[in-house]
Every structure is written in C-alpha cells, then in structure tokens.
Design a protein. Sequence first.
Length: 355
Amino acid sequence: MKIQQNISLKPYNTFGIAVNAQRYIDIASLNELKELLSTEKDFFILSGGSNLLLTKDIEKLVVHLNTKGIEVLHSDENDAFIKVQAGENWHVFVLWCIDHNYGGVENLSLIPGNVGTTPIQNIGAYGVEVKDTIHEVEGLKIENNTSKIFTNKDCEFDYRDSIFKNEQKDNYIITSVTFKLTKNHHKLNSSYGAIQSELEKNNIKNTTIKDISDAVITIRQSKLPDPKEIGNSGSFFKNSVISKEQFEKLQEKHLNMPFYEVKGNKPHPDPDSYRDRDVNRKSKILYKVPAGWLVEQCGFKGKRFGDAGVHKNQALVLVNYGNATGKEIWELAQKIQKAVLKKFGIALEAEVNII
Ligand code: EPU
C-alpha cells in the first residue's frame, strides 16, 4: 500500500481520457481501505472507471479499489447467496456465474465496470436490472470507518439510480455486494426482441442461461463499441421519460417516434421493472422515448468532431477515437443536449458522472 505521484489515469477509465492523479493508491483489501480511511478523508474513489468522464486532473488522492474475491455464503435447494468484493470485474463475475450455473445476471453480460459500482447506478440491460439480483450491499462509512449493510430495499433502487447517488452520495465506499441467484428453475428473461431473434437465428430450443449470455454478448458486440478498442462509457445519456401531454404534442409532429408506455411518478424507461411496484402506488402513464433516437434525429449519429464522436451504431454512446479530452467530449454532449432541447423540448440527462 503505497501512494504514487503523478499517475496517468488513461488506463483506468473506459473513455481512455488522459488526465493525471497527483496522488494515487491501489487498495487490495478491506483492511488496507480501513487503514487508509483512518488517516485520509478526502479522496476520489476509482473503481472500474466505466461510468466516468474525467474533464480535469484529479487533485484529491485517487483510491483505486482493487479488492478481489467471490464467496458462496450459503445456498439452499433453490438459491445461492454469493458475496463479491467490490473490485471484481463485473463481466468476469457474470461468466463465473454462468460456469457455476447460477442464474439472474446473464442478461447483464459484457457490461464494463466493477461489481462495487453496479448498485450505485443500478446497471441494466435487456429487460433486467442488477437490483433484481442484489440481496445486500456492504458499505464503509467514510466519516467513521465502520461498515454498514444495506438491504435491497434500503438501496432505494430506481432506473439508473439508488440511494448512493442521492441521500448517501459520497458517504459510503461500497466494499462488497451479495447477490441472490437461482441454482435451478432459472427465470429466463428472453422477452427483449433482439435476444429472441438471436436465439431463433441459432435455432436454440431449450434455452439456458449460457444461451442468453451468449446472445447478449453477440448483440452488445454488434451495437456497442468495445472500450478496449474505442474509448466510451456505454450510454452517455439516460433515456427520456415524458408526460402524456408532451408526448402527444411531439407525436403529432414525429409520427415515427419510438416510445414505450411506462407507469410511475418518476421517469423510468423500462416497463418490466415497473410492473411489480405499480400495483401498490398511485401512478400515471408516462412515455419513454429512447434518447438514442432523439440524438440520431438531430443528425449526430456517426458524427466525429476531432477525436470526440457519436458512435455509428448507437447514437446514445459518445466515443473517444484516441486523444479526445474530457472537455471535448463534454462539449459535444452539451451540443447534443442543446440540439435535442431545441428540436424536441426534451432535456437529456447525462447518465455518466462528469468529474
Ligand atoms: N434508437 C435509435 N437510434 C440509435 C439508438 C437507438 O433510433 O442510434 C432507438 C431505436 O428505436 C431502438 C430504441 O432506440 O429500438 C432502443 O435502443 P436500444 O435497444 O439500443 O436500447 P437503448 O434504450 O438505446 C438501453 C440502455 C442500454 C442497454 C439497452 C438494452 C439506457 C440509457 N441504455 O439503451 O444500456 O444496453 O437499453 O437493454 O437505459 C448503458 O447503460 O451503458 C447501456 C448500454
């Protein structure tokens, strides 16, 4: 455990932005983290670096969380409770689950980043959100260096949102996540159109969690750029959820506008995640409009401005072709936000954390 000076963070963020950390430390265990916390209180936690846009050098001590470990705490006939250290790579963990026949995370294959950050923004793809599999989250409170368990309910999960982005923002370092996964009778989620077509294409009949994972990997590889080849942070913006009134006005002008009806009091684009909860709360119909479509309609899809650009297959993904600065990417994002606001009256919200 040694503090290093002037380290380039380019290898540590999936956008591949070359900013420096004045001071940097690699943390390999919970004990090391606790030791550090006993002397340092003001730092910047860097995990998988997959949901970040770094626009400047980091003056605070950069703490790179590199804790490893996957442990089956207990299991019964149907479920297994698996505790995973925050620094484990998410996709490596997903593949481990597939190998051991633990079901629940297969739709979330190939999402970049580390396990510890998955609850913060409640990662989601192809009809599943990580909240569906999280049993509890363990966090270390920065203020007093003590651990606390957050149950699934305590986490207040929502679309790309949780208590760790709101009330408890910057108060805790997530040190591990315990998942509740199925051992048999897997609840396969192949309802997403692209998964179905992929399974049909390969003539798959008795679908397994591995088939779903393979299908998701193929779909993601065809649509989304690999951060190892082109820097990116996945979806840069959240999908937009608008009121019925706004939707109806827009639809008059844009007949081909894709949309999904969602219910709730708060914007949320994934109808599947809302279904259960709506029963118990007053909700109204809202309309999800894919942000990728809005960005494409404004003419940005595939456009390049220096080394900053918009991906050619998915307009929701901003990319760094090599040497873009964080500022350049952010300028492009703001240009897109302005254009979408002007054309559709919709304010796109960044999903990525801008630092
Ligand atoms: N669309 C366009 N042009 C584009 C992109 C999308 O018109 O360039 C329209 C199409 O009509 C398409 C619809 O948008 O049918 C939805 O597109 P897609 O299925 O690619 O999904 P998305 O809503 O754009 C969300 C997540 C992704 C996740 C996919 C699949 C958000 C912000 N993004 O994207 O998550 O992989 O669904 O479930 O919710 C991420 O968060 O980093 C991420 C990649």
